[in-house]
Design a protein around this ligand. Structure first.
Ligand SMILES: *Cc1c(COP(=O)(O)O)cnc(C)c1O
Length: 376
């Protein structure tokens, strides 16, 4: 059957190769320059990118690390968080948010999300506060900032420290201020798929606090300040020179990449308007959206996903199981029903193909396939 009907090119969810082939020369020149420099770890390119990226975020310092998970983990260590301390976060997130909290020895306390934006709900935080609450860890999911004003107010009132998970939203802003600069520390991932993605693993913690800055710098380098002497117990978590050199190039192209993402999102918004059974992404007040993910909602999610797959259209669910219901986190003692909005959304969300180099014709094919599914 497949041979008789040559399938159309599949529409991939994400693919970096068109972009790579477009800019191959510039990319390989950067790699070559690092290899020829004689310095592969913690050299001038990491230092320059730390400075450029943190300034771009509106923070004074940046500390390049191995991954976004490490940025979160080291941030919690730098804040002195450990056994018995509670960290308030959401269950509609990537596992690493929670893995980092556990790695630090702390206890994640999950709060429900706001239905429209699917992001942390300040009201729900208030209900989960306990005397052991120490950190508020909002996740700027899908490329959109969490509404920060009520969280900042609440944190101030209850003496909580804010650590922002910015892994999916580098460059997103709330009231004109970029994420990562609201809390004590902002944690970023440069995993290849992210809005600012490298060509391997990488991450960064940004802060404007001098003490946290020094501490983070030591923690990522065996607790050492220089010489072979640990001032405290530390770790090894470094951004390498090649990734820093390439991320610097990616930052040059960031505005263009986001403009492309927004054009694709606008095509989806227009094309999917007026379908009663489907909700397109909602932008909360005072914010912009980078469309790291274009996540729609429909109660017919599973059937729609199967229909699209049959037509060669790849989609994802971010995320199919909220973290509090995963076997790996059963130890935290949560059950179904604890986070009603998060749990319901998990059964309805579907992320459509979206990356800067995705062709308009592919986007229109996805739109047509969805409209056909709903008979619209
Ligand atoms: C990707 C991601 C992380 C972890 O980043 P890594 O670089 O993969 O360790 C953390 N939080 C969220 C919300 C993410 O999407």
């Amino acid at each position: 059957m497949a041979a008789e009907h040559p399938a159309q090119e599949p529409v991939r969810f994400w693919d970096y190769r068109d972009d790579y082939f477009d800019r191959r020369r510039a990319i390989l020149e950067r790699v070559d320059a690092v290899f020829a420099s004689g310095r592969l770890i913690l050299g001038s390119r990491v230092a320059a990118f730390e400075e450029r990226f943190s300034a771009w975020c509106g923070a004074r310092h940046g500390i390049g690390v191995n991954s976004g998970t490490d940025a979160l983990f080291l941030a919690l260590k730098a804040l002195g968080i450990g056994a018995g301390d509670e960290v308030l976060t959401v269950a509609n997130t990537a596992v690493p948010t929670v893995a980092a909290i556990r790695a630090a020895g702390a206890i994640p306390r999950f709060v429900d999300v706001e239905e429209s934006t699917m992001l942390m709900d300040a009201q729900a935080v208030e209900e989960q506060l306990s005397p052991r609450s120490r950190v508020l860890l909002p996740v700027h999911l899908y490329g959109q900032a969490v509404e920060m004003a009520p969280l900042l107010e609440l944190a101030g009132r209850h003496g909580l420290v804010i650590l922002e998970d910015c892994a999916q939203a580098a460059g997103a802003s709330y009231r004109g201020q970029r994420v990562g600069s609201f809390g004590a520390i902002g944690a970023f991932s440069f995993y290849p798929t992210k809005v600012l993605g490298g060509f391997g693993d990488g991450g960064m913690a940004v802060t404007s606090d001098e003490v946290l800055h020094e501490k983070l710098r030591r923690l990522r380098f065996y607790g050492m300040q220089g010489g072979y002497y640990a001032e405290e117990e530390g770790y090894n978590s470094r951004l390498d020179e090649v990734q820093a050199a390439l991320l610097d190039l990616q930052l040059d192209g960031f505005a263009d990449a986001v403009a492309r993402r927004r054009r694709i999102a606008a095509l989806y918004d227009d094309g999917l308007a007026g379908i009663d059974e489907l909700v397109t992404p909602v932008i909360g007040r005072d914010r912009d959206h980078l469309y790291y993910l274009y996540t729609i909602r429909t109660v017919q999610r599973d059937r729609l996903q199967a229909h699209l797959a049959e037509l060669g259209i790849e989609t994802r669910i971010n995320y199919p199981t909220p973290v509090h219901l995963m076997r790996g986190y059963a130890c935290l003692g949560y059950c179904r029903g604890d986070l009603p909005v998060t749990e319901r959304l998990a059964g309805e969300i579907l992320s459509l193909p979206l990356y800067p180099a995705l062709a308009q014709s592919s986007v229109l094919r996805v739109v047509a396939a969805i409209r056909a599914f709903f008979g619209a």
